[in-house]
Design a protein around this ligand. Structure first.
Ligand SMILES: *[C@@H]1O[C@H](CO)[C@@H](O)[C@H](O)[C@H]1NC(C)=O
Length: 498
């Protein structure tokens, strides 16, 4: 008899298990804190039952706002039910795990996993769980984030002040923008946001600062992503101050990316030219006011690799050995100012198109150059005593041992671009037609700075190994240099061909 009763009990227990009626009479649906998720990959909205119990046989419905009847996900009778599902979520949703230790549905974890996250997915989601006796729900918000472009700083001199602008695009949601100088935070009342139809936010801000200061603009997204650009301004030489109203514009550099992802985003902004053809065509030294033209990123620029060779050098002035060159012994005494004496140009010349080349500035083992000029020139022959200004046909970035930890453009001698690493290889990108000349730290694949001008004559790659700097300069050659490649033989080099 006893055995029979036992048997009946087991059957009752089994059938109740298979119906999987809830064991308890009460549970709470609990959600995690708001989720910040980058655009693209999958994300999880945590939601679970408290106390923990199996949700395998419960009805689980995730829906947005008031769209109870067209859910994001519906799980019913132990299966996903897609008949009423909001079609924009079809194939993108499943159950996820709230954390690595979670036992999933069996332990009451009903988290929503959402794949290929889009900006439109931002918003509130309700997690609704019901058993045949009870139900509960809770809402969680999803904030889809998109990190924008590195801020672009530009400076225009105004009498004794400098109007510095900072702009960046491609953010979501609206980021905050912070100015600071070397000492403290600065406030600008001139920060404007604009949002395009897809919800992507651009920001532009300007601030007047004293003509000699270090300015930083950082753009921060809640959810911990930030990008910063910095530059140091110096008083322009007296003769020039106040002269050019339009002044020149220098693009910023990316200093720090405190971001989860990789530093650079691919932004293709071709076709958006903020230049009016024909105006001031004669003024080659006047930089164009840049609208929202972002400098070309390194990976795009380096697709235009061209093998550049150095023109014959005067052995009295430069020594050239196995592709490496520096100033000849005894031509200069220490501390002497670098001039066009040691400057030289390369081949081929460019009068259209996009071109990229790289110059090695030494290695850590042998020392890294402190003194150099790298850029382009429109002169076919470089007089020794010419002043290397834009008006004379020179556009270059330079480094000098007496200016610590920064580079400067010959165009904009009163802006110093801070650098935080030793530059071993510099990449030069010339977009002739769009008037862009950008410089990169090849090792880190980051932009150092961009200058914009309007080229009217053909230009040649331009180099100056400085004076008394033992580390040689070398123009790097690539075997697989693209269609741009010139005719000369290239020596294979171990440079990353990406
Ligand atoms: C500073 O430059 C911005 C453009 O970046 C311009 O809109 C603003 O009017 C300028 N401010 C002054 C005081 O010139």
């Amino acid at each position: 008899m006893g055995a029979l009763i036992w048997h009946v009990c087991v059957i009752a227990a089994l059938s109740s298990l298979s119906r999987a009626a809830p064991v308890s009479n009460s549970f709470d649906v609990v959600v995690g804190s708001p989720v910040f998720a980058p655009l693209g990959p999958k994300t999880t909205l945590p939601c679970w039952l408290n106390p923990s119990e199996s949700a395998e046989a419960m009805d689980i419905r995730w829906f947005r706002q008031t769209h109870f009847d067209t859910p994001v996900l519906l799980y019913h009778a132990k299966a996903f039910d897609e008949t009423t599902q909001d079609s924009s979520y079809t194939g993108r949703v499943s159950f996820g795990l709230k954390d690595a230790e979670s036992g999933g549905l069996k332990t009451g974890d009903v988290s929503l996993e959402l794949a290929t996250v889009t900006l439109q997915d931002s918003g509130n989601y309700t997690c609704y769980v019901s058993s045949d006796r009870i139900y509960d729900s809770s809402s969680i918000s999803l904030i889809v984030t998109k990190t924008g472009t590195s801020p672009l700083l530009s400076a225009v001199w105004k009498e004794d002040k400098v109007n510095v602008s900072c702009e960046s695009e491609g953010w979501h949601p609206e980021p905050s923008l912070h100015w600071s100088d070397a000492q403290q935070a600065l406030t600008s009342k001139n920060t404007k946001y604009s949002t395009d139809s897809s919800g992507v936010v651009s920001v532009h801000s300007w601030i007047l600062v004293s003509s000699s200061s270090q300015v930083s603009c950082s753009i921060v997204l809640s959810g911990a992503e930030a990008k910063e650009a910095r530059m140091r301004l110096e008083k322009p030489p007296a003769a020039e101050s106040g002269s050019s109203v339009g002044g020149w514009v220098v693009s910023a550099l990316l200093l720090a990316v405190i971001a989860v992802g990789v530093g650079w985003f691919c932004f293709k902004k071709k076709g958006k030219k903020a230049r009016s053809e024909g105006d001031n065509a004669e003024e080659t030294d006047r930089l164009l006011q840049i609208g929202v033209i972002q400098p070309t990123n390194h990976s795009t620029a380096s697709k235009n690799y061209v093998n550049v060779t150095l023109d014959d050098v005067d052995p009295q002035i430069l020594t050239f050995k196995k592709g490496k060159f520096r100033d000849a012994p005894g031509i200069a005494s220490a501390g002497q100012k670098v001039t066009c004496l040691t400057a030289t140009k390369g081949t081929p010349c460019f009068s259209s198109g996009r071109h990229y080349w790289e110059v090695s500035l030494g290695k850590e083992t042998v020392g890294i150059k402190q003194s150099w000029w790298v850029g382009v020139t429109s002169l076919t022959k470089i007089p020794r005593d010419i002043s290397p200004t834009a008006a004379n046909g020179f556009w270059f970035l330079s480094s000098s041992p007496d200016i610590a930890e920064s580079f400067q453009f010959n165009h904009a001698p009163n802006v110093l671009l801070p650098v935080n690493t030793q530059l071993q290889t510099i990449g030069v990108y010339l977009d002739y037609d769009n008037g862009e000349l950008s410089f990169y730290d090849v090792t880190n694949k980051t932009l150092i700075g961009t200058l914009r001008t309007k080229f009217t004559k053909e230009v040649f790659p331009f180099f100056n190994p400085g004076l008394g700097d033992a580390a040689p300069m070398e123009i790097l050659q690539r075997e697989e240099a693209g269609e741009n490649s010139s005719m000369q033989n290239s020596t294979p080099l171990s440079n990353d061909g990406s």
